[in-house]
Design a protein around this ligand. Structure first.
Ligand code: SF4
Ligand code: SF4
Length: 394
């Protein structure tokens, strides 16, 4: 019925001879459209997050609106546990799941190059761990052939094993590809969303508000500050806190690498660095934070109420969490084991984890942060414009 409706709309647009062809909605998109029509009549959840105020500015939900709303949703679960029309009600309203299904689809739809979009479906826990293990094994074999895998004379300096320039040559192209691929994807997403969200350009107040929402993970507070839902209808701030540990841990580790790069090229201060140098300080704090955050997110993910999300995306979520954990844990182990005969072995494990993380970054869960930030920016722009239908209030 929904497909028929979409086909009818497209036929009407074509018959009108207009230049704009209304795209046929996929089944998950049509389901979000159906649920938003119900929510727009109900509006009980208006204060929970950014999705509902954005919804009240619309009477119809086209593909761009649906992609926008799906990426605004933080999957906090609040509207599922509050909903009087949730299953087993015949309306079967389950906004978190419907939004999650479309979100997963948008990552693949906007992926660059498009042919690699299907990697999102394959990028699971097994593949992530197997890739990290395979790469680590390859490096171990290479090192073992030189007879230095255990107890080589490295004196804490792993650049004797893998020279600095070799590591830069390996990681820099992959890093640039990650930035380029994600940049291309999110640019397409932004271009599609802009006309659907007032068309107004980004401005400083909107950018400031969206940045604050991202940095504070505002929409994991349930709209009342008590938090979101995990395994049941009790409020909890755990997901928000573990996300913060993970997010800031990742940023600190990235900052550590950036500072080390500046030290190397700008000042000629070469690694290894140790405490209390700035790169090491940032790396240790970031690594511990990343381990705490990912361990917490893993536990929450396993206990999550099955109705709250899209079960088919769990392997992708867990794969990303696992790689972040392996990267931080092996990085810390490498530092702690710098004076031991295990240094070469630990280095191979760490490099294997980092390489696997980099390789899967553009086609895995990392995308959710990028796309959600873009949706929040568009929301902050849109809400500053007059409401086009003049019914709901922001
Ligand atoms: S999720 Fe349910 S309670 Fe909330 S606005 Fe939609 S229909 Fe109403
Ligand atoms: S799951 Fe949370 S963030 Fe998503 S629409 Fe419902 S209340 Fe909003």
């Amino acid at each position: 019925m929904q497909q028929l409706d979409a086909l009818t709309r497209e036929a009407v647009a074509l018959a009108g001879g207009g230049p704009r062809v209304i795209p046929i909605l996929s089944a998950p998109e049509a389901e979000v459209g159906r649920q938003m029509q119900i929510c727009n009549a109900c509006r009980y959840c208006e204060g929970f997050c950014a999705v509902f105020p954005a919804m009240t500015r619309r009477l119809e939900f086209g593909q761009a609106d649906i992609h926008y709303l799906a990426n605004l949703c933080h999957n906090c679960g609040a509207c599922l546990h509050a909903c009087q029309y949730a299953p087993p009600h015949e309306f079967a309203v389950n906004v978190p799941r419907a939004m999650a299904e479309v979100r997963g689809q948008t990552y693949a739809d906007y992926a660059w190059p498009p042919a690699l979009g299907r990697l999102y479906q394959r990028n699971g826990l097994t593949l992530s761990v197997a890739l990290a293990a395979g790469l680590a094994l390859f490096l171990m074999l290479a090192v073992a052939l030189n007879g230095t895998l255990w107890g080589g004379r490295l004196e804490g300096n792993f650049y004797r094993l893998f020279p600095h320039n070799l590591l830069v040559g390996l990681f820099a192209p992959v890093f640039l590809f990650v930035v380029f691929a994600l940049g291309k994807g999110v640019t397409r997403f932004w271009r599609e969303l802009t006309p659907a969200t007032s068309g107004a350009p980004l401005n400083a107040p909107a950018a400031g508000e969206a940045t604050q929402a991202v940095l504070r993970l505002k929409y994991l507070d349930g709209g009342h500050g008590e938090g979101c839902h995990d395994e049941d209808d009790a409020y909890t701030l755990s997901r928000r806190r573990f996300h913060h540990f993970t997010f800031y841990g990742f940023l600190l580790c990235f900052a550590a690498t950036s500072v080390a790069t500046l030290y190397h090229y700008l000042f000629g201060w070469h690694a290894p660095y140790d405490l209390p140098s700035l790169p090491k300080l940032l790396g240790v704090v970031g690594g511990v934070s990343l381990m705490v955050g990912t361990a917490g997110l893993w536990r929450l993910n396993r206990r999550r109420h099955p109705l709250q999300g899209d079960a088919s995306q769990k392997p992708m979520d867990l794969g990303f969490i696992a790689l972040l954990f392996l990267t931080s844990a092996s990085g810390l182990a490498l530092w702690l084991g710098r004076g031991t005969p295990a240094l070469a072995l630990l280095l191979c494990l760490h490099l294997g984890a980092v390489m696997a993380l980099f390789a899967t970054l553009p086609y895995g869960k990392f995308a959710h942060g990028i796309f959600r930030t873009a949706a929040l920016l568009r929301h902050a722009v849109e809400k500053r414009r007059p409401n086009p239908i003049g019914l709901g209030a922001d």
